[in-house]
Design a protein around this ligand. Structure first.
Ligand code: ZN
Length: 596
């Protein structure tokens, strides 16, 4: 009898645990798709892998509770342990599924789960024999469902990549491997090669000397999603329209899509899984995309139970908090490098296109000890402390950028390697009264590094002064691999700038844009409306939806402290800028029909 009770409780634990996991996984995917998730929860994105991960987490959780209930039943043998188990498991299952969107208050979750569990208990009380029979009979089906998820989802990805590989056309002989590195949140003027007084970037500086460095490169937004969409499509934010409430759709081709048609294997590896991820539509064209689930902790915090523990909604009130440890959890550069090298290694003959987003420089700035000490003490107090830590992170990522390039070259010794290094936006350290980014479009938030290195093909030691946008990366890549004629990307390649073939007047617009960010703090301009800007060789014109325009001579006034928008002699030019922004840039671009 006792054995029967024990196995009955465990069957219940497995049945409820796995079924909750399956429903939770599918529910999270559906809620993410339908936009039902609460803002913080939404950013903790998920891919299909969440189905088997939630199954495992819930199996362990429900199983542990099952064992505890058995221990209790040994100590108090008279307790109706089956009924208690039914109530506890039903409560946990309902609470898990109701809490899924993150929108329902904990009290409501508890009340609802208690009510449903009590109803469930009453029903079982009247039909105990039948209920137990049902659970014993169907536990196999539930377990089979979980097993299908566990094997089928990773297997599906593996198979999908094999099929894409088999379908790739032959690559041209001598096609270079391509590595595009985005160091998220890296402002150009904090690199030594861009004139910073600290030696933050000896390695990137060396790579720059082996290629061409663009002294005045700009990102087309001051935050991650629109800027990455521009880098991958060559389109302005006003064209692709990617923002916090809209992902990348399939109107415009991306670099990996096009490179696949030229025989390239394609993969992306991201440290910024909140905003450069499959959830935002960036998976398109990549045969392999690593965003979520890189570690056991990362898997755990994306399940409902894991996230509750991480955010400590439940136990935080008891004065315990493990939040900081989870917050620090991020995919650091060496972890990304390991994944990249492993993936490259699988197919030694095919040329590859790898897109990397390093997140180490992004706040919270918490460099490892060696780099925390590197610049500490040189400056005093407040903002300077932040800057010391930020610079320390640059030193750290600088080391790992160089390691990746060296190790890829060591692995593919006989093959040419084309490397592009840039960033998606800068950062504010009190500049104009702001911190972090996505506040405005002042230069410190959009001036980014841009380095193109391909020994033998791109001259070493080149420096280009002309302002450029990193929207030119797709067109430039196409020209460099000898497919410039077939390029479907807009804009002019940057090759002509280091070859000095371009007339001064012949240049693309450098436009930047950030939409209204309703979740931003109220004191920031981004909370109150959109900002758009245009950079010309001399001027930076910026327009806010509510606060009007500003104009800076950025060459003479790098800090943008002197707004010239009221100067009578400049009003004609300002009018032209305004009209130009309204039209969304150059006429050629505006008139060009999007490819289908
Ligand atoms: Zn970013």
């Amino acid at each position: 009898m006792r054995l029967r009770v024990s196995s009955g409780v465990l069957v219940l634990a497995v049945w409820f645990g796995l079924l909750t996991g399956l429903l939770e996984g599918v529910g999270l995917l559906a809620a993410q798709r339908l936009g039902w998730l609460e803002w913080e929860t939404l950013q903790r994105g998920v891919g299909p892998e969440i189905v088997w991960i939630a199954c495992l987490v819930d199996l362990v959780l429900f199983g542990s509770i099952g064992f505890m209930l058995l221990v209790v039943s040994r100590v108090f043998p008279r307790l109706p342990i089956m009924r208690i188990s039914v109530f506890v498991f039903a409560f946990m299952a309902i609470a898990d599924l109701v809490a899924l969107t993150g929108r329902i208050l904990i009290y409501a979750v508890v009340t609802l789960a208690t009510g449903v569990a009590a109803t469930c208990l009453r029903w079982v009380g009247n039909n105990e024999q039948a209920a137990v029979r049902f659970w014993r009979k169907s536990v196999g089906v539930v377990a089979a469902g979980a097993a299908v998820a566990l094997v089928g989802i990773p297997g599906g990805y593996w198979l999908g990549e094999r099929i894409s590989m088999a379908r790739l056309p032959a690559a041209a002989p001598g096609a270079p491997n391509i590595l595009v590195i985005v160091v998220d949140t890296l402002r150009a003027d904090h690199l030594s090669s861009y004139g910073y007084q600290r030696a933050t970037s000896p390695n990137i500086d060396r790579l720059a000397q082996q290629g061409v460095l663009f002294e005045n490169a700009f990102s087309e937004s001051s935050w991650t999603p629109p800027s990455h969409a521009t880098i991958l499509t060559g389109r302005h934010p006003s064209e692709h329209e990617v923002e916090w409430n809209k992902g990348l759709d399939d109107r415009y081709p991306t670099i990996p899509e096009v490179l696949r048609t030229h025989g390239y294997r394609t993969a992306a590896f991201t440290g910024n899984s909140d905003w450069f991820s499959r959830r935002i539509g960036f998976g398109r064209g990549f045969m392999h995309f690593e965003d979520y689930f890189y570690s056991v902790t990362d898997m755990f915090v994306r399940t409902v139970f894991g996230r509750t523990v991480a955010e400590w909604r439940l136990v935080g009130r008891m004065g315990l908090s493990i939040k900081p440890r989870y917050q620090k959890e991020r995919r650091r550069a060496p972890i990304i490098n390991r994944s990249v090298l492993r993936w490259i290694h699988r197919e030694p003959e095919r040329p590859f296109f790898v897109f990397v987003n390093y997140y180490d420089v992004h706040e919270p700035y918490e460099p490892i000890d060696r780099y925390r000490r590197k610049f500490a003490g040189e400056s005093q107090g407040g903002d300077r402390l932040r800057i010391d830590a930020y610079d320390g992170e640059i030193g750290y990522v600088d080391e790992h950028v160089a390691r990746l390039v060296e190790e890829v070259e060591a692995q593919r010794r006989a093959q040419p390697l084309l490397v592009i290094i840039t960033s998606d936006h800068g950062e504010s350290f009190g500049d104009h009264g702001f911190y972090l980014h996505a506040n405005s479009l002042y230069l410190n938030e959009i001036h980014v590094p841009l380095i193109v290195r391909w020994p033998g093909k791109v001259p070493g030691g080149g420096r280009v002064d002309a302002p450029v946008s990193n929207a030119a990366i797709p067109a430039t890549l196409m020209e460099l691999i000898g497919r410039g004629e077939q390029s479907v990307f807009p804009g002019l390649s940057l090759v002509r700038l280091w070859k000095q073939e371009a007339p001064a007047s012949d240049r693309d617009d450098i436009l930047a844009e950030i939409a209204r960010q309703p979740f931003a703090p109220e004191k920031l301009p981004a909370y109150h409306g959109w900002t758009k800007s245009i950079v010309t060789p001399e001027w930076h014109y910026m327009e806010h939806e509510k606060f009007g325009s500003q104009l800076f001579n950025w060459r003479a006034d790098r800090g943008e402290l002197h707004d010239l928008s009221k100067r009578p002699d400049l009003q004609g030019m300002i009018k032209r800028f305004r009209l130009h922004l309204k039209r969304g840039g150059t006429n050629e671009r505006a008139a060009a029909a999007p490819p289908n």
